[in-house]
Ligand binder design. Sequence first.
Ligand SMILES: Cc1ncc(C[n+]2csc(CCOP(=O)(O)OP(=O)(O)O)c2C)c(N)n1
Length: 360
Amino acid sequence: MIFENHNPLEGKVFQILDKTGKVVNEKYYKDIDKDMLLKMYRCMVLSRIQDEWALKFQRQGRMLTFAPTLGQEGLQVASMAACREDDWLVPAFRSNAAWLYKGLPMKNIFLYWCGNEMGSKIPDHINMLPIVVPIGTQFNHATGVGMSFRYTKEDKVVVTYIGDGGTSEGEFYEGINFAGVMNAPVIFIIQNNQFAISTSVKSQTKAKTLAQKGIAAGIPSIKVDGNDIFAMYFATKEAVENARSGNGPSLIEAVTYRQGPHTTADDPTIYRSEEEHLEGMSKDPIIRTKNFLIEKGILTEKDEEKIREECKKTVFEEFEKADQENITPLEDIFKYTYKEMTENLKEQYEEAKKLEGGKN
Ligand SMILES: Cc1ncc(C[n+]2csc(CCOP(=O)(O)OP(=O)(O)O)c2C)c(N)n1
């Protein structure tokens, strides 16, 4: 019903909590389990603190790069919370809060951004594909995983994310089109954070909404306030239930704001105005959720302080672990391309050994 009542072609945007944390849509408002709310909140804070420190670690030369999720935590935790643990996540590279909610050890995330391949090794009990950097490929991967569940008759669903820029890629259209035709149980989520590096969403497309691209593929599509964990939770839940009962894919455009740089190499002050930035910051999902939780007596300022301290401790511990495990034997870089190293690779390996001063 949520999808049916919020046709993006009629300019509708689904929202339950406004930017101050007040309930503005009683019709769809239902109590979510308090523990789940607190789990979502804690995970948002954890991801936020990890983001803030990752930038500092990178500046200290201890990480290669990082793509902050700053500002986009709400849509990620709420969509993960709407799924079952055995459902699958096919992430985009900017999915930190979703990885954490899904249970990926933070150490792995740090290893990944340190350029260590072990960061891409997903623990067996977590149903998630590794992080991808080529924009859009994850949409076809997600459709493929979804199709496999139709063959095996498993009732699992797949959630995948893409950025607003990614919706201009061929892979985006191929993925949603094929999922529609094959009735694959996939929830496609567009993280519309307004920017693809420095390219604003307005200069990305002539379409009025990104959600309408899903309508063109014939799949239920909706535009949601992506910084509102309630709206994201209930919209995703409806999409998940629809997919699980055999009705195929859905698409959610989650409107959010990338508060930080694109990656550690970017300076957003060059391409966005102070005014635009302040407007985006005023919709912060963490502040909004905090206001709601405090208002309802689910959280106190003291609990919040404790959560922050615990999260900071976790970030430091996990980074320390990653730092200690971040050792890549030189041989590993050459060893796994072919079953046996080719002559060419052997030569390159010998050359690299000399450059490394025989350290490895
Ligand atoms: C196929 C491909 N083309 C170009 C790039 C370089 N690139 C990395 S991120 C990015 C912008 C992505 O923007 P968007 O899809 O909006 O995601 P966001 O960064 O906003 O999360 C580009 C062009 C890439 N990784 N893959």
